[in-house]
Each structure stands twice: as structure tokens, then as C-alpha cells.
Design a protein around this ligand. Sequence first.
Ligand code: CTP
Length: 421
Amino acid sequence: MPGRDPRARLNIVVGVAGGIAAYKACHLVRFLTERGHRVRVAPTPAALNFVGAATFEALSGNPVSSGVFEAVDEVRHVRIGQEADLVVVAPATADLLARAAAGRADDLLTATLLTATCPVVLAPAMHAEMWAHPATRDNVATLRRRGTIVLEPAVGRLTGADSGPGRLPEPAQIGAMALLAAERPGALARDLAGTRVLVSAGGTREALDPVRFLGNHSSGRQGFAIAEVAAHRGAEVTLVAGAVDALPDPPGVRRVDVVSAAELRAEMTSRAPAADIVVMAAAVADYRPARAAEAKLKKAAGAGEGPTTLELVENPDILAELVRTRGAAGPVIVGFAAETGDAEAGPLAHARAKLARKGCDLLMCNDVSGGATFGAEDNAGWLLAPAAGEAGAEVTEVPRGSKHAVAAAILDRAAAAAAAR
Ligand code: CTP
């Protein structure tokens, strides 16, 4: 799906409705301006009870108004929406969703929603009862039917002591989704409703003793992005997460934490039969120490007297095992290959060999020469699928983009493969 250049400078309207989470909109404005975009904040009059116009003006560097009768000579209520490349509303309260669904235009924000022809992303935040109410469910369904992107709320602590679905996702999560909507229109369509997606992410830690382990540099970002995008596309998502950077839970995703390759294997092999799509984005340690000491290993007193050789045993190849053990109606299985290339072959040649070895339906290959990719916000590479003929693989380039855009590209292909099974 062709999209916009991810480096383009966008005109973004950040709408803010009147809820306690309005303070998080300040961080969202920062997130977007730090990436070079021009931001204009359109708070509802109620939002200004929570955060003052001066704060939004200082953070965006642009004037802020909330009513349709301010600066009438500039006809702002029409122009702001017309000129926008992206509109993102955070928080979108139950009242804002109702007014947007009804097509009201009683303040600058709702008028902007009516005049915008660009992608519109709403990030709901409200009490769990309000989110579950049939009126809100209907409003969300109406908005989604019209092509508005309504993100899943996070589950967690709400304003008071209560907790449940209705929490505003973290500003960086909303920002990433909003930029994805601008970068790849259609990337957040609700096309995965009814699809069960199982994703592994992060590195495994193989214990040497109670305080030490063998691990790797995987940040978990790409796997988390896949889980997050799949959930916003309507899929039922389980994320099996190993060691990752301090990443917030993707909204709407069931997260299961594991530590070692053995734990990851147990979760993946027991859950895969119930999935339609399985994505092995985890960086699984190929080897583990033959024995994990029960007590902390001590350094021997004299130089050269301590243990200097580590005995390792091979871990099972989970991806290959998932492919081998799936039945005829089993899931579409996607693997990852982080390759550097070496004296014998380039990264793509290694990836072709890996696809054949693992037998998966799709393999996402990243060129990680020079440490690129780990912990970065963006990614690029090739998607390989088995094909008849000498080359053995059909290769599609995945252009450089955010890890969320790469996630959308992988999910597009995996969903098409699942539909064809
Ligand atoms: N993988 C796995 N189990 C392992 C090792 C890897 O399931 N024990 C999966 C990874 O999750 C990834 C794919 O296999 O989807 C490729 O991982 P990689 O480490 O590149 O593969 P290896 O087989 O270890 O190949 P290499 O010799 O290049 O390390």
C-alpha cells in the first residue's frame, strides 16, 4: 500500500477533549513537534478546565482557540480541518465520541472533525462503564464504519481507585499510531477482527546462576509494534514477552512475560494451535548454560583459578518446531532473521537459506550490520516467502519506516496468507 514519505513534515491538529487525561496531550504535542511536525492544538472548552491554553500554545508554538466564534474573520473552524494532514484527538471522551458520531459542530474541534479529509485518529479515555455502555459502543462502531480510526484504550488504573479498560494509552503509543495512520493510510483498518494473533518479542535470558545470565540486545520494539498494530486492527492478540526495554503494554493485548527460551517455548507451543497467525519476533538464545548454579558462582581466590570455560547446550529451535508440529489447519507462521552478511554471503542470501531451513510462510529479514535496528524507532528489510524455482523465495522490499509501519507491512502479508489457507 503506497504511503506518505515517513520523513515528511506534517500539519497535525491535536484535539483535546475534557477529561483528566488531557495532561497527557502535552506529552503527545511534544512527541510530535520533536519529530519536526507542525502542531496546532484544538482543545474543547471543557479541556481548558484541565490544561490551560497557555501550556498548549507554548508547547505547540501556535495560537490556541476552542470555539467557532473566535477569530471568525479567518474562518478557522473550516480552515484548520481542511489544511490538516492528520487529526489526532487525545483524550477522546465519551461525550466527544458522541458528538463526533452525531456530526455536531458546536466547538472548534468537532467542526474540525467535520471538515478534515485526512486520517483522523481518536484515542478514547473514560471510565470502564462509559466505554462498555451500548451508546459508546454504537458511537465507536459508527465512527469506525466511516473510516475514523478509534484506538483501543489501555487497561489499567483509571482516575480513582478503579481500574479497567478506558485508560488513555501512553502519549508515545498514540503518537506512533497517529503517524502510522498518516504514513500508511489503511494501515489501521479493522481488517483483523476475528483473527487470533500470537506474537513473541524480546530476548531470552539463560541463567548461569541466580544473578547472572546470557542474553542479547533485543529491545522487543518490533514485536511489540506488531502486537499493538494487530490489536488496533481488531485482532485478538497474545504477546509473549521476554526481556525487553521498558516498553508499556500495548493496549488491548494480553501480555504473558517469560524469561528463558524454555519458558518461551512452553508458552508458544501451547498457544500456537489456537492462533491464525504466529509471529516469532523474539531473539531466542541458541544456547544455554548446561547447568544453572543454584547459588551464586564465586570468583576463585587466585588469578586463573576460577572457571574460565562455560559449557553450553543447544536450545530447541522454537520456530522450526512450530512449523513442524502444526496441522493442516494450523496458523500462518512468520519468522525473523537479523542478518549482518559475512565473507561468504550477504544478508539476503543468509535469509533465503534460513527460510528454507525453518520452513515458515514468511520471513522478515533485517540487515543489522553495524548494530542498526536494535532499540531504534525505525526498521527496514525484506519479506521473504517460499516460491518455486531456483531462487526458492519471493522477496519483497520493506522500505525504511517506523517499526509500526514495518509491522503493518508484515501483518498485511500474513493476513493475506491466512485468508488464502
Ligand atoms: N528462533 C527460534 N528458536 C531458536 C532460535 C531462533 O524460534 N532457538 C527463531 C527466532 O525467533 C526468529 C528465527 O528463528 O524468528 C531466526 O532467528 P535467528 O537467531 O536469526 O536464527 P538461527 O536459527 O539462530 O540462525 P543463526 O545461525 O543465524 O543464528
